[in-house]
Design a protein around this ligand. Structure first.
Ligand code: 13P
Length: 246
């Protein structure tokens, strides 16, 4: 199964209007290269500005509420994000699991809410250093994925992102063999759960990906792209990652 590589930038809580020009430069690259799928998840305040002018790159959100509407001060529904121009949202990022106490069940509900609104989901999983050091990383992440995966999961609208918590923003990347082992285990868990479509589902790696390490990581078996934080904030850092696969 040939899965097209998918490189997504997660800007987290970074970016003001002046930074939209970075997305413009990345968009220009995407207009000239269709060998890689690319997306940026700016903060919500920039989604509409980014989506209106950049039609060659997909714009996504970083989080979504699991309900369609209601008394949830400060939250945003899938329909709102879609109307602003987002085509998908990240769900279950480890920063939200840690900071907002998001559970696997909530993450599954958020993914389902995206599907209901006709949007796609990027579902994040990953272990802490403690779990890795205890030798339980594969068991933990596999269980986390299966518990966070909504029943209606399909490769048509859902992508998985494996992001070891200890690799995020630290400059530390797992050994290539460890990434490959994890992705193989997640692939097996997916096909076990959803059948042959599990082979079509993209599994991204995230955690300190940059222009220097992208080509090694992105050629590993079952690594179908990258979810990039720090190195996605400027075009000069992000484009070398796209070039590594384009
Ligand atoms: P860094 O690329 O900054 O390590 O962040 C990864 C990440 O959390 C993307 O969602």
């Amino acid at each position: 199964m040939r899965r097209k590589k998918y490189i997504i930038g997660n800007w987290k809580m970074n970016g003001l209007a002046q930074d939209l020009q970075q997305i413009g430069e990345i968009n220009t690259f995407c207009g000239r290269n269709d060998s890689v799928d690319s997306a940026i998840c700016p903060p919500v305040t920039l989604i509409s500005g980014a989506a209106q002018v950049n039609t060659d790159i997909t714009i996504g959100a970083q989080d979504v509420h699991h309900n369609e509407a209601g008394a949830h001060t400060g939250c945003l529904s899938a329909a709102m994000l879609k109307e602003a121009g987002a085509r998908f949202s990240i769900v279950g990022h480890s920063e939200r699991r840690a900071d907002q106490g998001e559970t696997d069940a909530l993450v599954a509900a958020k993914a389902k809410a995206l599907k209901t609104a006709g949007m796609n989901a990027i579902l994040c999983v990953g272990e802490t250093l403690e779990t890795r050091d205890a030798g339980n990383a594969i068991d933990f992440v596999t269980a986390q994925l299966l518990a966070s995966l909504p029943e209606e999961a399909s490769s048509k609208w859902l992508t998985v992102a494996y992001e070891p918590v200890w690799a995020i923003g630290t400059g530390r990347v797992p050994q290539s063999a460890d990434i490959a082992d994890m992705h193989a285990a997640l692939r097996a868990a997916l096909t076990d759960r959803i059948g042959s479509d599990g082979d079509n589902m993209r599994i991204l790696y995230g955690g300190s990906v940059n222009g220097g390490n992208a080509s090694e990581i992105l050629t590993l078996d079952n690594v179908d792209g990258a979810l990039v934080g720090g190195a996605s904030l400027t075009a000069d850092k992000f484009l070398p990652i796209l070039e590594a696969v384009a």
